[in-house]
Design a protein around this ligand. Structure first.
Ligand SMILES: Nc1ncnc2c1ncn2[C@@H]1O[C@H](COP(=O)(O)O)[C@@H](O)[C@H]1OP(=O)(O)O
Ligand SMILES: [Mg+2]
Ligand SMILES: [Mg+2]
Ligand SMILES: [Mg+2]
Length: 353
């Protein structure tokens, strides 16, 4: 299989980082700071990014990484640095050969800061670049909703390997998708899924474990013979995606089921495994540039499960022009057969605005 080692390393790296995020999710101490764009970041985001970049740099030292976070706060704040260091040391896979494949534990605080700071690549359309969101949906993570640990390898600007860990999603791929999935979520028994996909090779899910990789199943999107029966997912945060436009589109498609709101790329993962059908992310503010780490892994997963993804105007997402998708606005993802109809209606709704 193509990109077998890359997929393995990415799955194990995300699995190890999820051990850390789960510890923080269930702890009172989240060390939440506010970033310059007013969004929150926690010791979970920082620890997970350090662990994942250390894993990538061990296996593929030449590769670049576009990561959401950096070490600026930890270099200034000793208390926060100690909290993250303790978490990073404690997060280990319980299978030694799996842990070895991703380089074993980070050795020193300096190594941790260097790893965390190695996600500053500007991306581009040449060579191998990983896009990393250590906690996607930080607001959901803090609220007790869905969140996801997301990692993708882009080759010459094309998302090629995608891995998403969803500690709060039900393991059962067929579990019905209703509003309870996105609200008051937890990571108790029966929860925690690790998704993976390689371009041209299909998509899989398996239970998120603490050790070696096991039990993978092929996933695919559900057939939707009648688009009015589709269920659609959208953001919880009204500031991230226009609930009004999404509702107008659903209504024009004849959809009467209420939308399922959940945070993070758990939306891409949910439609990829056929729990839901359509993901609508209509822009609220046309000045906002979507970040590549918020979409790269989800796009590979959906494409490999039988779906299509574009921006709200039907334009392909261009991942090869930097850290953001500045040529695109909004995102629409749906099974291939109904995608043209969905985009047609999205454009009708946008045109009358
Ligand atoms: N104004 C915005 N519009 C769209 N997405 C945003 C905006 N601000 C932040 N985001 C990012 O959207 C993603 C979550 O979207 P949602 O859960 O609504 O699908 C997150 O990656 C979040 O960043 P973060 O990774 O910091 O949580
Ligand atoms: Mg994100
Ligand atoms: Mg994030
Ligand atoms: Mg963030």
């Amino acid at each position: 299989m193509a990109y077998e080692k890359e997929l393995d390393v990415a799955l194990l790296a995300v699995q190890r980082a999820s051990i850390l995020t789960r510890t923080v999710f269930s702890s009172h101490t989240k060390g939440t700071l506010t970033k310059s764009d007013s969004s929150p970041v926690t010791i979970g985001d920082l620890g997970a990014q350090a662990l994942i970049i250390a894993s990538i740099k061990h296996a593929f030292p030449e590769d670049e990484v576009v990561g959401e976070e950096d070490a600026d706060d930890l270099r200034k704040d000793e208390q926060e640095r100690t909290l993250v260091w303790d978490l990073v040391q404690a997060a280990r896979l319980d299978d030694i050969s799996a842990e070895d494949k991703i380089g074993g534990p980070i050795k020193t605080v300096d190594d941790m800061l260097t790893a965390l700071d190695s996600g500053r690549s500007n991306g581009g359309n040449k060579g191998r670049v990983w896009a990393l969101d250590p906690i996607d949906g930080t607001k959901g993570f803090l609220r007790g909703g869905q969140y996801a640990v997301c990692l993708a390898l882009m080759v010459d600007g094309v998302p090629t390997v995608g891995v998403i860990g969803c500690p709060n999603l039900p393991i059962d791929d067929q579990a019905p998708l209703d509003s309870s999935v996105g609200a008051d979520a937890d990571d108790k028994e029966g929860k925690g899924v690790l998704f993976g996909a390689v371009k041209g090779e299909g998509a899989t899910s398996r239970p998120l474990s603490k050790g070696a990789l096991q039990g993978s199943k092929k996933i695919s999107m559900k057939a939707v013979p009648d688009v009015s029966q589709a269920s659609f997912c959208e953001s919880v945060e009204a500031g991230h995606s226009s609930h009004g436009d999404n509702a107008a589109i659903a209504s024009k498609l004849g959809i009467t089921k209420p939308s399922v709101r959940m945070d993070s790329q758990a939306k891409y993962a949910s439609i990829a495994r056929g729990a839901g059908d359509v993901y609508l992310r209509l822009p609220v503010n046309l000045r906002y540039e979507e970040k590549i780490w918020d979409h790269a892994a989800g796009v590979v997963l959906v494409q490999e499960a039988g779906g299509e993804v574009s921006d709200a105007w039907g334009k392909p997402l261009n991942f090869g022009i930097g850290r953001t998708l500045k040529e695109n606005k909004g995102v629409v993802a749906a099974p291939r057969e109904i995608f043209p109809r969905v985009i047609e209606v999205v454009k009708e709704v946008l045109d009358v605005k």
